[in-house]
Each structure stands twice: as structure tokens, then as C-alpha cells.
Write a protein that binds this ligand. Structure first.
Ligand code: ATP
Ligand code: ZN
Length: 294
């Protein structure tokens, strides 16, 4: 029988879309019947298992699935709470589902730094990670474990502070909370157990990884086009992040201006665009790149 890889991914939630998009961009087509818990992908011999994200670490560690896609927060929590060591290793950081586990407290209260946590109650869905953080920082506080809706715990009088996942901070603000410390940063990882695989299975993983690496590289890479005054060309091209030698062309009818085109291999942030604009660049376009080779 020829080998296939079984990958555990989140059924529904903040990891699910990113996980499926990555696998689809890596060339797998997934036709999932509503309600089905498994699905055989087309494109590579891979079977997907759709589960709750909290179950992914143990499904992979126990060998039920060969690989899993889970957030570092869930992986670390599982490792800290398990009674025996969890056999898991990261194969790739995947760059999506980025978030931070933060400590926050009501804006109107007196808790706004780590020392203020001494002796208070902190609600969290991550008692393992929070407990380790408090020990490392010499803080004695009481963890109030909650599975969800952690942000409303202070308003309900259940806790004085919270430790919860944050991406934009909008949920905290909507609940009158302000973050004052970061406990950990997290992104999705592809993980496997240390068990030895057949040569065929290892070759399949290597093939999947080559494709995933291509997807990750093309996501960060953008094509940037702008018009710049000749006098500021050196300054402007020096600002382009991770750019190869740019193409510089004259602009018809504008002797003082040039068009600059470049492939940027690093994320282009809004502040870079503002700095370019401040140096006289205009008509700035940032375009996605679908596939790359060579
Ligand atoms: P499940 O039903 O699978 O247990 P869940 O409710 O535990 O789902 P989600 O809210 O879907 O989990 O989040 C899954 C993961 O997505 C988190 O563990 C975290 O790694 C990541 N994540 C990214 N951004 C955020 C965010 N803003 N808030 C919470 N989690 C986030
Ligand atoms: Zn979960």
C-alpha cells in the first residue's frame, strides 16, 4: 500500500482558514463534505483530519496523525500541563494566526504593571503558560481558569486582571481593558512527533515542505512600483526592504522624475510607504506576486 500523510487541522476557528489556504496554495485541493471529519486531498497523497485545535498536539504526539497545524500558545500550554513530556517538534513556523498572549486590566483600575499583580486574581484560558510566567517573575497571584469570554471576567467580578490572546487589541478596548505586558508571542506551526517514518513518507514531507516554503516566500514578496524625483533616487531605493537591483526607467515628459520597479523580499510596512512619500515618491503601488521561480 502506498503511504500517505495524515494532517490534523482545526475544524473551525482562527486557525482553520489559514491552514486550509496554505495547503491549497501548496497545491492540494480539498473538497470537504459539510460535517465530514476527514477528507482525502487531491494533488498529493494527504488526508486531513478536522478537529478542535486543543486536540492537535496530542493527536500528533500519539501518532494518530503524522503532522498537525497548531498555534504555539496551544503547543506550549499542552507541554506545560501534560503529566509526561509531549513528543512534538516544529517542522516550520507558518507565519499566520499571529497573536500575543497579554496581561490586561481595567483601564479605570490600579493594575497597570507586573508588580501590581501581586496577590490579585487573573482570569485565563492558559493557566499553564500564565503559571510559569508568574513563577519566573516572582509574582504570587491566583489563576482563575476560564474556557472562553475571558475579557468579561473583571466586569463580572470574577477576576482583577486577565491573561488572554490579543491580535489587534480591539476586543480588549471594547471591554474597557488595557494591556500592560506580553507573556508570549505566537504563530501557527507545522509539527510532527519524533517517531521514525518510512523513506516514502519522509520524501512526501520533503515535497510538501518545498511547496510550503515557496508559498511562505511568495507571501512576503511584493512588487513595488513608484515614481521618484531624480534627486532622491538613491535615498528612495535604499528604503526598499529586501529589494534586488531595481529597474529604473525615465518617465515620458518628466525630465526630473524616474519610475522605479523592484521585487521586495520582505514585508513592506505602512511606515516604509510613508517614508518613501516623505522623500518625494508618488504613485506608489504594491502588488502581490502569485508564484516565483529562479
Ligand atoms: P477550537 O474550537 O478549535 O478549540 P478555539 O476557540 O480554541 O477553537 P480560536 O479562537 O479559533 O480557538 O483560535 C485558534 C488559535 O488561533 C489560537 O489558539 C491562536 O493560536 C490563534 N489566534 C490568532 N489570532 C487570535 C486572536 N485574536 N484571538 C485568539 N486566538 C488567535
Ligand atoms: Zn481551542
Amino acid at each position: 500500500m502506498s503511504e500517505f500523510l495524515r494532517i490534523a487541522i482545526q475544524k473551525k476557528g482562527r486557525l482553520a482558514d489559514g491552514s486550509l489556504r496554505l495547503l491549497e496554495q501548496a497545491g492540494l485541493s480539498v473538497f470537504r463534505n459539510p460535517g465530514a471529519l476527514t477528507c482525502r486531498a487531491k494533488g498529493l497523497p494527504i488526508e486531513l483530519l478536522f478537529v478542535r485545535d486543543d486536540d492537535i498536539p496530542s493527536l500528533v504526539a500519539k501518532g494518530v496523525c503524522d503532522l498537525g497545524i497548531a498555534g504555539e500558545n496551544v503547543l506550549r500550554e499542552e507541554a506545560l500541563l501534560a503529566h509526561e513530556p509531549v513528543d512534538l517538534q516544529s517542522v516550520r513556523a507558518l507565519g499566520f494566526s499571529r497573536c500575543m498572549l497579554k496581561l490586561a486590566a481595567p483601564n479605570t483600575g490600579t493594575i497597570n504593571s507586573l508588580p501590581d499583580l501581586q496577590g490579585v486574581k487573573i482570569a485565563t484560558s492558559y493557566p499553564g503558560i500564565l503559571g510559569a510566567f508568574l513563577r519566573d517573575n516572582g509574582i504570587e497571584a491566583e489563576c482563575v481558569p476560564l474556557k472562553g469570554a475571558v475579557e468579561i471576567a473583571p466586569a463580572l467580578g470574577l477576576s482583577d486582571a486577565i491573561c488572554d490572546l490579543v491580535s489587534s487589541g480591539a476586543t480588549l478596548a471594547a471591554n474597557g481593558l488595557g494591556a500592560f505586558a506580553t507573556v508570549m508571542e505566537s504563530e501557527a506551526h507545522l509539527v510532527r512527533a519524533s517517531a521514525l517514518w518510512s523513506e516514502e513518507k519522509e520524501a512526501l514531507l520533503a515535497r510538501l515542505l518545498r511547496r510550503i516554503d515557496g508559498v511562505i516566500a511568495s507571501r512576503a514578496t511584493k512588487y513595488i512600483m513608484l515614481n521618484a524625483p531624480k534627486s532622491a533616487l538613491a535615498e528612495i531605493t535604499a528604503l526598499l526592504p529586501g529589494a534586488d537591483a531595481p529597474t529604473i526607467m525615465p518617465l515620458a515628459g518628466r525630465d526630473d522624475q524616474m519610475a522605479v520597479h523592484a521585487v521586495c523580499r520582505e514585508t513592506i510596512f505602512w511606515d516604509t510607504l510613508e517614508q518613501l512619500e516623505a522623500r518625494g515618491a508618488h504613485a506608489i503601488l504594491v502588488l502581490p506576486i502569485e508564484k516565483m521561480m529562479g
